[in-house]
Design a protein around this ligand. Structure first.
Ligand code: UDX
Length: 452
């Protein structure tokens, strides 16, 4: 095993992409591969947390200030533009360095859309790690068809219509985003699909049992090998995400949770990118207060448009809820979800958060913002039926209060919890000997070892 083989990984520098790529690096390392990471200086990785890996930084020149002025799509386009040449130079240098172990392949994030061109030129096999689910990727792959058939761009009068090409999605759940430049978004999506299609295989932080139908369709539509080997974070049960976290995780959450009743707390977090208006923020705050349930709320700096941090929070709010609320800038999410006091997760349904919640058996309150989050929320509410959607008609405190109470104390919530526990069991079996992800990982390892 391993035979001195080296794998180079190239994570996309956003939190939801960095975590799974570093987890994959750990998984491959335990399988005997040596690991080299190429990373950008924007959202640079902390190499001191991974002494077992070799790190090479490339200079993209993207500063925090520059990034903060761009929307997500423009930022992704800029990073792509700035990284191509330094990445190519770095990889070429690594390949020509005979003092190191030979490189078996590159594993990149398809959000970098120039990589296949580089590896073709350098004659290096390339895999992609897709950090979101399979169904949202199928939807991306169908964008040209969906545009031809008039589903995209989305028109308000068609929101409730089904999209028969992509069951079970409705038009309103197609993975789009309100971008300043819609064409830049379509280009990004086409780049992601193309990087996947032309690769030697796609690695998924997903699970056969969760996405059976989507994976079957994927196998029909794409002729390359697929490796659904998730959930990555469960390979190392004791692991935390603190080593790959870009923001410091506030550990006061855990001592606060220790003082709460079992399954009583609503954990609220909308991931690393989504943002809300101050009106929405206040509806969330009052909805939480009215629900009378304890809550742990992650408010990252920048979550509220136009505010540094907590300025719009009414004075004395936390005192008024009588110690029932705890607010932090960033939480140790894996530890929080695994804590016995947590009873529900109000989430934006980023793919990592969705998987992390399932693995701990925590029912979800779903509030997707954009792209794959909308697809993931549909899975949660209508396919796996382990959560409820909030804010269907716009975010309103009364609706928030009712939804929280439904999931925490009413019969509907009990049924959801039961289904969630069954799903958790099903998913956690996949990593065991003979389980679907376990087998897919064995296939991946053998595939990489026989590339040359
Ligand atoms: C982005 C996209 O928004 C998402 O749709 C896509 O699926 C992946 O990339 P993000 O919005 O950050 O990701 O959400 P998510 O995928 O849930 O990833 C967030 C990660 O940050 C999770 O691994 C979570 O455990 C971690 N996290 C989040 C923390 O460690 N602390 C927190 O307080 C919040």
């Amino acid at each position: 095993m391993g035979q001195g083989r080296r794998v180079v990984l190239f994570p996309y520098p956003l939190q939801g992409h960095i975590n799974p790529m570093l987890q994959l690096a750990n998984i491959l390392h335990t399988k005997g591969f040596s690991i080299t990471m190429i990373h950008t200086n924007y959202n640079s990785l902390n190499s001191s947390h991974y002494p077992q890996f070799t790190f090479h930084s490339i200079f993209d020149g993207v500063s925090e200030t520059e990034a903060s002025k761009l929307d997500t799509i423009d930022l992704i386009a800029l990073i792509n533009l700035r990284c191509e040449t330094p990445f190519k130079d770095c990889l070429a240098k690594l390949l020509s360095d005979n003092s190191e172990e030979p490189i078996a392949c590159l594993i990149s994030d398809p959000t970098f859309h120039f990589v296949q061109g580089v590896t073709d030129t350098l004659h290096l096999p390339k895999f992609v790690l897709r950090t979101s689910g399979v169904l949202s990727f199928l939807a991306f792959a169908a964008f040209p068809l969906l545009r031809e058939r008039g589903y995209l761009p989305i028109q308000d009068s068609h929101l409730e219509e089904a999209v028969p090409e992509l069951p079970p999605l409705q038009v309103k759940e197609l993975p789009v985003i309100d971008a300043r430049d819609p064409d830049a978004f379509y280009q990004l999506v086409s780049g992601i699909v193309n990087e996947g299609k032309t690769s030697s295989g796609i690695i998924w932080n997903s699970i056969e049992e969760l996405e059976t139908l989507a994976l079957a369709t994927l196998h029909q539509d794409f002729s390359i090998p697929m490796f659904p080997i998730g959930p990555f974070h469960k390979y190392f049960p004791a692991a935390s995400s603190s080593s790959s976290s870009l923001l410091a995780q506030d550990q006061t959450c855990i001592s606060w949770l220790n003082r709460q009743q079992p399954k009583s707390v609503v954990y609220v977090s909308f991931g690393s990118i989504a943002a809300i208006s101050d009106t929405e923020f206040l509806e969330i705050a009052w909805g939480l207060a009215y629900s009378k349930q304890p809550f742990l709320w992650v408010i990252r700096p920048g979550l509220i448009h136009g505010s540094e941090w907590l300025e719009p929070l009414p004075k004395g709010f936390l005192d008024n809820v009588g110690g029932k609320g705890h607010i932090v800038k960033w939480a140790p999410q894996l530890e929080v979800l695994a804590h016995p006091a947590v009873g529900a997760f109000w989430t934006h349904n980023g793919w990592n958060s969705t998987l992390e919640s399932i693995c701990e058996g925590i029912p979800m309150i779903c509030m997707p913002f954009f792209t794959d989050q909308k697809v993931n929320a549909k899975y949660v509410t209508h396919v796996w039926r382990v959560g409820l959607k909030v804010g269907n008609m716009g975010l309103e405190r009364g609706d928030v209060e009712r939804t929280i109470r439904k999931i925490m104390v009413e019969n509907e919530g009990m049924e959801i919890r039961e289904r969630m526990l069954n799903l958790k069991e099903k998913v956690n079996v996949c990593l065991k000997q003979g389980g679907s992800s376990h087998q897919a990982l064995e296939r991946l390892v053998s595939y990489i070892l026989h590339l040359h």
